[in-house]
Design a protein around this ligand. Structure first.
Ligand SMILES: Cc1cc2nc3c(=O)[nH]c(=O)nc-3n(C[C@H](O)[C@H](O)[C@H](O)COP(=O)(O)O)c2cc1C
Length: 213
């Protein structure tokens, strides 16, 4: 299934459950201060797993404001040319509450295409149920240092010429080879994904446990 917008009933359902906030202000603040870059949280307990949090980095990357994203399934970034085999792999992983990585053709709000190096993983509550899915979006064309810090530059600064050229070349390579296996992901990229996901998981769990006290 890949509709551009979710059925209105999903949005209504989402709005009812998250009447006060998408996620608590406390969680949003903790995520904002602990995790830089483009990432999202979606709620698998709601129909069609809608987004309940998008980071400022995600707004910048996609061109959509948080208000335009919340309550929608993240597939709105895809287009007709997006590899349906990759989409199917993600769908099966999400249905099975498993982690998955993919390189996907996505489109910004202004229509500009980009390669999204996407890594998704379930975040469990203290009781073990799947509370959120966390998704980290990286630019596979960006330069990455060992700490994974530099990878964020592409979403936060203007892209210079040299990096644009590299981005274009890498994107073509990625599309040609495609990444049907998680192991195809460059090590640095995987390490960066995992580091961010780790921080998101810890933040969500810490607040979850604190809320239960
Ligand atoms: C946390 C999370 C983040 C996601 N981020 C993206 C994204 O940035 N771009 C994208 O094209 N799909 C993203 N997806 C995948 C879609 O939301 C959806 O799971 C995928 O299209 C497969 O389902 P469908 O076949 O029903 O569309 C994300 C999924 C989850 C759970």
């Amino acid at each position: 299934m890949s509709t551009a917008t979710p059925p209105t009933s999903n949005v209504r359902h989402w709005a009812r459950k998250h009447a006060h906030n998408s996620v608590s202000d406390e969680l949003a603040l903790a995520l904002y201060t602990r995790v830089k870059g483009a990432f999202v949280l979606s709620d698998p307990t709601l129909p069609d797993t809608p987004l309940v949090y998008v980071s400022p980095g995600f707004e910048k990357m996609s061109g959509y404001s948080a208000a335009e994203c919340l309550g929608r399934n993240c597939r709105f970034l895809q287009g007709p040319e997006t590899d349906q085999e990759e989409v199917r792999r993600i769908r099966e992983a999400v249905e099975g509450k498993k982690a998955v990585s993919a390189h996907l053709l996505n489109f910004r709000k202004d229509g500009e295409p980009f390669i999204n190096s996407l890594h998704i993983a379930p975040v469990h509550s203290a009781s073990g149920s799947t509370k959120f899915f966390a998704g980290v979006q990286l630019d596979p064309g960006a330069f990455v240092d060992d700490s994974g810090i530099a990878i964020f530059r592409s979403w936060s600064n203007d892209v210079d010429e040299r990096r644009s050229a590299d981005f274009a070349r890498n994107s073509v390579d990625l599309l040609r080879t495609s990444s049907h296996e998680h192991s195809d992901f460059p090590t640095k990229e995987r390490r960066c994904h995992n580091a961010i996901l780790g921080k998101i998981r810890v933040t969500v769990r810490t607040l979850d446990i604190a809320a239960m006290r």
